[in-house]
Design a protein around this ligand. Structure first.
Ligand code: ADP
Length: 439
């Protein structure tokens, strides 16, 4: 299959870049536009600005095949007839609403060059009602061009995004223009052929699906974390409890692992945007608001566990924080729970040395440093705190550090070391959600 018509992807961030590279691999001709000169230069040289497994190879392959190009200038997209918009919609700190300024700016750019009848696909996560407003905006800007907005939310998981692109569990398309929807479905014909379900709807339902899916998953994560507080205190082992409930197919095992609380570029932003949006419309989402509050408080639950282990006065004690990324296999630190935990520990006067195989985090607090190895982070530590579920932390020979730590104490927020408890018998090994008195 060779598709000669060109596709433009506007925004070469996480979402846009995977979309662009994925479509190019499916033999579409793709032009990827970004406003960041640094990003475009890097991409032209085959260097992805983010870490995602398999991305660099795939990028190299599609560049080599001549299926993708990168540009700063929207004018270069004038021969494209489909425009995927994948610019960021970050949370506005003051209002909690999604900031749509990048989106509107991208839409205006596209309107200046798009040919008549072009389709503009919104991949960015946007508040419910935005696509309708974008359509009105386009109709106002270029009434004669008959550009059509289609909503097509992404459901990629960071760390598995390439695989998710090629094997989606569903494709959601929303809009009121049948031809425009058919055009996008045609671009996604490989998914149709593979039997992937398509959910075709109006704009509003499509936009809601994205938010509701993330809200539901955030709720699952938060739910199990709250149950973990119970097992921790009253008795029991959260891992067994997760398994016992997750095997019920109505519930499902995924997103039932105890941890430091959800983070990343989607859940915190999308839950907050949905809750704020709902309030504005007078239909407060009480469950979701509770989820957000419980997740925000998670760091204090963890602080309490640290106090259980080290005592009430944490000032001057040293902690090695293993993991900065919000989850393994990514360098993404946006809204990472590791960072909120680091802040909480610094506020207590602790001296924090953090290590992550990929992610970087800078902080001017004189009590904070980022280490370049597990050894360096653990040197002199009173507590080693495992926050991100990197394989490197699961497999590490902690016994080799028994001599260099101040206190042989570990708090494992991911239960990564649970299978190795015997081997780590010289350590005071602590988990969350597991009450050690449990028989
Ligand atoms: P996400 O994680 O949702 O993909 P990012 O913020 O990582 O979001 O990426 C968004 C990208 O979109 C950035 O690279 C940014 O430079 C780019 N961008 C923002 N506004 C525009 C625009 N008007 N035209 C092209 N690219 C844009």
């Amino acid at each position: 299959m060779t598709n000669s018509s060109s596709i433009a992807v506007i925004g070469a961030g996480y979402v846009g870049l995977i979309q662009a590279v994925g479509l190019a691999k499916q033999e579409h001709n793709v032009l990827c536009i970004d406003v960041s000169e640094e990003r475009v230069n890097q991409l032209q040289a085959g260097v992805p600005p983010i870490y995602e497994e398999g991305l660099e190879d795939l990028l190299g392959e599609v560049i080599e095949a001549g299926r993708i190009s990168f540009s700063l200038d929207i004018i270069t997209a004038r021969d494209c007839n489909t425009f995927f918009i994948a610019v960021g919609t970050p949370t506005d700190d003051k209002t909690g609403n999604a900031n749509l300024s990048y989106l509107y700016s991208a839409i205006e750019d596209v309107s200046t060059i798009a040919p008549n009848g072009a389709v503009v696909v919104v991949k960015s996560t946007v508040p419910i009602g935005t696509c309708e407003r974008l359509q009105n905006r386009l109709d106002e800007l270029v009434p004669n061009k008959k550009l059509a907005i289609v909503s097509n939310p992404e459901f990629l998981r960071e760390g598995r995004a390439i695989q998710d692109f090629f094997h989606p569990e569903r494709v959601v398309l929303g809009g009121n223009n049948k031809n425009a929807i058919a055009t996008i479905r045609d671009i996604y014909s490989a998914f149709d052929e593979a039997g992937v379900p398509f959910v075709v709807s109006d704009w509003f339902s499509s936009e809601t699906i994205k938010y509701a899916a993330n809200a539901f998953l955030a709720m699952k994560v938060t739910f199990i974390n709250e149950i973990a507080n119970l097992t921790q205190t009253v008795g029991g082992d959260i891992e067994t409890v997760s398994k016992g409930i997750g095997l019920d197919s109505r519930i499902g095992e995924q997103f039932l692992r105890v941890g430091p609380g959800y983070g990343g570029s989607c859940f915190p932003k999308d839950t907050l945007a949905l809750a704020t949006m709902a309030r504005r419309h007078g239909v407060q989402q009480q469950i979701l608001e509770a989820v957000i509050a419980v997740n925000d408080n998670r760091r204090y639950m963890i602080l309490r566990r640290v106090e259980d282990i080290l005592g009430q006065n944490l000032r001057g004690l040293r902690v090695a924080v293993l993991g900065i990324a919000f989850k393994a296999n990514t360098d993404d630190v946006r809204d990472s729970s590791a960072i909120s935990i680091i802040h909480t520990l610094l506020d207590e006067g602790m001296v924090v040395k953090a290590y992550d195989p990929m992610a970087k985090y800078e902080n001017n607090d004189h009590n904070y440093t980022q280490s370049t190895s597990i050894e360096d982070a653990m040197n002199g530590a009173d507590l080693t705190l495992i926050v991100t579920e990197w394989e490197e932390f699961k497999d590490y020979d902690y016994n080799s550090q028994l001599q260099s730590v101040q206190q042989a104490k570990i708090l494992d927020l991911r239960l990564s070391l649970k299978p190795r408890q015997l081997e780590l018998a010289d350590w005071n090994l602590n988990f969350i959600g597991i009450n050690s008195d449990t028989k």
